[in-house]
Design a binder for this molecule. Structure first.
Ligand code: GTP
Length: 361
């Protein structure tokens, strides 16, 4: 599998979802796959996603991989993210039996309840095989469960990266091999290289897809909109990382105005608030942060940004302290200024507010 260099063009966009108990290694697998590194990660808050461009099976693919939180308290936040997924990766930890039993107790039931693609491909992943001496779930048990549940199966280690690429590659190959999952909505928005594989007529797809034409059209248009919204959100984040907060503000605002029906547009609201703080109205930025801290409950970045702004601009040290305590409880990295600067790409004005708060409070 190669990483695709030309990110503007792709044949298909696939939405993939990672589920499983807290601590089984979902975020680590995703990080290992998307950035070739392994770090000790803090628990995922709600939902996050990463995008990777790859060439698999002769196709240029854009993979939007959603990493959900395994913790019970975030369950309601994640249910809507099953919608439209072509692939679902169910992860357990081979050294913790309860993470394996919870697959049938909790996770398979969630898929039945929420998944909208009945042909969606499922991949069962036994992670942490590097800890062989602590293993309590045998490979045979994994294979049997996968067979009973109609899943693909692989064992891997996010730490040593054994089988990580294969896991995603096999899943993608199977999706590519399933015509009903290659509906128009998953196609790339900027290229049209399907001449060798013309769109299937309703008659041709009937045997795969029991959904009515009207429903299918609606789903196609939703997938298309998701793809456009994700692209704008990514662009905004890219511009933010480059320090172009005016353009970033424009992209984030577009997402909010055109795609506010998608739950993930809240991430654009966070980006917009940060950019506004640098190049726009600070009051408005603070109101936006306060507002989005309610809808994106438990997202540490919002609490940390609010703390900095409340301290510096509202002279409200107690409120700031409260917000910062929440942020650091959720993710201890937020007390490290260089981490926030380098990985969150906050604007200089907000970094300076956070610095004042951390050093003077
Ligand atoms: P939630 O975000 O709470 O749902 O957890 P998660 O499933 O995303 O787990 P995460 O990736 O945060 O990993 C949990 C812990 O397991 C971290 O300390 C990782 O470093 C560790 N870990 C993840 N994968 C592996 C692995 O393959 N081998 C070993 N030895 N440790 C791993």
């Amino acid at each position: 599998m190669e990483s695709s260099s030309n990110q503007a063009e792709f044949d298909y966009l696939f939405k993939m979802l990672m589920i499983g108990d807290s601590g089984v290694g979902k975020s680590s697998l995703l990080l290992s796959f998307t950035s070739d590194t392994f770090e000790d990660l803090s628990p995922t808050i709600g939902v996050d996603f990463k995008v990777k461009f790859v060439n698999i099976g002769g196709k240029k693919l854009k993979l939007a991989i959603w990493d959900t939180a395994g913790q019970e308290r975030f369950r309601t936040l994640t249910s809507s993210y099953y919608r439209g997924a072509q692939g679902i990766i169910m992860v357990y930890d081979v050294t913790r039996r309860e993470t394996f039993t919870n697959l049938s107790e909790i996770w398979a039931k969630e898929i039945d309840l929420y998944s909208t693609n009945q042909d969606c491909i499922k991949m069962l992943v036994g992670n942490k095989v590097d800890k062989e001496s602590n293993r309590v779930v045998t490979k045979k048990e994994g294979i049997n469960f996968a067979r009973e549940s109609g899943c693909l199966f692989i064992e891997c280690s996010a730490k040593t990266r054994v089988n990580v690429q294969q896991c995603f590659e096999e899943l993608v190959l199977k999706i590519l091999d399933t015509p009903s999952l290659l509906a128009e909505g998953s196609r790339g928005v900027k290229t049209n290289i399907f001449k060798e594989k013309p769109p299937q007529s309703d008659a041709a797809t009937k045997s795969f897809d029991p959904v009515s034409t009207a429903e299918k059209k609606a789903s196609v248009s939703t997938s298309q909109r998701i793809s456009e919204a994700l692209e704008l959100l990514e662009k905004g984040r890219e511009l933010q990382a480059q320090g172009d907060f005016n353009q970033a503000l424009y992209c984030f605002t577009q997402v909010i105005e055109k795609y506010k029906d998608f739950a993930f547009s809240d991430y654009a609201r966070v980006g917009r608030a940060l950019a506004l703080y640098e190049v726009g109205d600070k009051e408005e930025a603070i109101v936006e942060l306060e507002d989005v801290s309610i809808s994106l409950k438990g997202y540490p970045e919002v609490h940390a940004a609010l703390a900095a702004a409340l301290y510096e601009d509202k002279h409200a040290p107690l409120l700031a302290e409260n917000q910062f305590t929440i942020a650091v409880l959720l993710d201890p990295h937020y007390s490290d200024l260089s981490y926030v600067k380098e990985t969150k790409h906050w604007p200089p004005s907000l970094i300076s507010s956070l610095r004042n708060f951390i050093t003077l409070s």
